[in-house]
Design a protein around this ligand. Structure first.
Ligand SMILES: Nc1ncnc2c1ncn2[C@@H]1O[C@H](COP(=O)(O)OP(=O)(O)OP(=O)(O)O)[C@@H](O)[C@H]1O
Length: 536
């Protein structure tokens, strides 16, 4: 099955080669590894699109030579089937040995076939050489990878019965010492897909330097990821550190021992430059929400961190729910023997979200529509996204005296105010949280029933991440996108995402001309119901 054309998603967004050039240059500086231009075998999907979705039996036949090489070097699977050369065997003339090899070969093919069927069942698509078998269950962490019992205990305590599809494939990839390039829908468990193998690989607490770095685009997401790491590490003395403002200002990092350091790129960059933070021993570098990290504004900071993580045997991995072709293309050329793991359809919204478009005519119509929907069917918790912090303040000022408990979060608030806004929403003290895109990525609010795009998102990727705050971990959710006349030219891009995840879209929208999406942030009228001229 050929992969769908999803290029529409990112047309016109801010990714481009030039912008990423700096960070990729750093990636290339991996000492001791000849990664120029790439050392991994050419991916089968490049050569034979017919087999691009699943690495399995078919791909083995396509490129036996590559597979042989890969199998011999596989530290996990360890098949010996191709180790004896034909001529050696002929010389030995040993029929018994020949039979044994044939049996082993058969077993090997059976396993490949089993893996392919299993991946298909779980919508896992992989490419790259010698992809390790997916996890059938968490128990395999112990049987295949000798995990310590605390991991299984903590997973059970968290109530996780089965690995999610991204965990099934990304965990064995990282545990096999391979770099991973992963794209899986929002709310599908990507965090544990990298935290679990890192903890398993680190084994015991650090006595020397920083061993793993996880970069997240926002402080809120970094704080959440640190909490998740601690949940999985419970019972072990791992030193898991969130780089807070106080920490980065106060500490001297020259002697820092830390197993996992979680931060925004800005704070790590600051600590490297001003506080002697040494990252030369880092064994794992994870770029979470990687496409966001590569956007303008963050890419230079990411670049500094990548450069500082100079350990030649470092494993770097990228995770996100959206993976623009430009980022993927470039990352593939610089990552070392990386395995690409895509769950479901690339760059698609979670299928558990019911998505709706609502025409409101004008800016005025939006407030009426929101108030009406709150009055008729408010089913908290509800997240409302607006275009910028000014609009967040305006909308909050409008609804704060209504009969609903609302909170607001945007970049003008202090760290404490931002934390309070998130905590109150998590605790159910506020029912509605008005937000800018600052919490659109990665934030895991359990049970958000509805996401309202009060202002139209500025890209298809932004849309996918915003609505992905609901419908997480298999739960259902709803997403309502209000649109005005000014948004109509961009409707088709959102409608494509909706249609790809099985939602109904009016045919007239699908017949709108395809538009190259320039960042859609129109000047919008202020949100206010006050008569013109009336003061506060
Ligand atoms: N194996 C599992 N079984 C059940 N729930 C899980 C499992 N793994 C993770 N979860 C839960 O799923 C939710 C979403 O996980 P996570 O935040 O890692 O998603 P994500 O894929 O990173 O989403 P996003 O793209 O929005 O960042 C979390 O509440 C997490 O605890």
């Amino acid at each position: 099955m050929a992969e769908r054309d999803t290029s529409f998603l990112f047309s016109g967004t801010s990714f481009n080669r030039k912008k990423f050039a700096a960070v990729f240059t750093r990636f290339k500086e991996k000492k001791g590894n000849d990664v120029s231009p790439r050392t991994e075998p050419k991916l089968v999907e490049d050569a034979t699109p017919a087999f691009q979705e699943d690495e399995g039996v078919k791909t083995h036949y396509v490129d036996k030579k590559r597979k042989r090489k890969a199998v011999d070097s596989d530290p996990v699977e360890g098949f010996s089937v191709f180790k004896s050369s034909k001529s050696q065997k002929a010389n030995e003339g040993d029929q018994q040995a020949e039979n044994a090899i044939m049996l082993e070969k058969k077993e090997y093919y059976r396993q490949l076939e089993g893996d392919a069927i299993f991946r298909k069942k779980h919508n896992i698509h992989v490419s790259g050489s010698n992809v390790p078998s997916p996890l059938r269950s968490f128990a395999e962490l112990k049987s295949r990878f000798s995990s310590k019992s605390y991991i299984l205990r903590n997973l059970a305590e968290l109530g996780f019965e089965e690995p999610t599809p991204i965990q099934r494939q990304a965990i064995p990839v990282l545990l096999s010492g391979r770099e991973c390039f992963a794209c899986a829908p929002t709310g599908s468990g990507k965090t544990f897909a990298f935290v679990c193998p890192i903890l398993m690989k680190l084994k015991r607490a650090s006595k020397d330097g920083v061993r793993a770095v996880i970069l997240c685009p926002t402080r809120e997401l970094a704080a959440q990821t640190a909490r998740e790491c601690k949940k999985l590490a419970k019972g072990r003395k791992f030193y898991i550190k969130l780089m807070t403002k106080q920490l980065v200002k106060g500490a001297d990092f020259s002697k820092l021992c830390c197993d996992i350091l979680i931060s925004t790129p800005f704070r790590v960059q600051f600590a490297i430059r001003k506080k002697k933070l040494d990252l030369s021993k880092v064994e794992f570098l994870i770029l979470d929400e990687s496409d966001k990290l590569f956007e303008l504004g963050l890419v230079k900071q990411v670049d500094s961190v990548v450069k500082a993580c100079s350990n030649p045997s470092i494993l770097r991995s990228l995770f996100s729910a959206t993976l623009p072709d430009t980022v993927e293309e470039l990352a593939r050329t610089i990552m070392h023997d990386a395995i690409r793991v895509i769950i479901g359809r690339k760059n698609s919204a979670s299928e558990s979200i019911k998505q709706k478009l609502v025409f409101v005519g004008s800016e005025e119509g939006k407030l009426l529509a929101l108030r009406q929907s709150f009055a008729e069917s408010l089913n908290p918790p509800v997240l409302v996204f607006v275009q910028n912090k000014e609009r967040a303040k305006e909308l909050y000022n409008e609804v704060k005296f209504d009969d609903i408990r609302a909170g607001v979060i945007h970049a003008d608030l202090s760290q404490v105010q931002r934390e309070d806004a998130v905590n109150n929403f998590r605790a159910g003290k506020t029912w509605v949280l008005i937000a800018t895109d600052v919490i659109a990525r990665g934030m895991d609010f359990k049970g958000v029933n509805c996401v309202v795009n009060y202002d139209f998102p500025d890209s298809a990727a932004a849309y996918i991440h915003r609505i992905g705050r609901s419908g997480r971990a298999g739960r259902s959710g709803e997403a309502v996108t209000l649109y005005t006349e000014a948004d109509v030219p961009y409707l088709r891009n959102i409608a494509n995402v909706m249609a790809a995840s099985g939602c109904e879209v009016p045919p007239w929208i699908m017949s709108l001309p395809k538009l190259k999406w320039k960042r859609h942030r129109p000047q919008r009228e202020a949100i206010s119901t006050k008569p013109v001229g009336e003061d506060e």
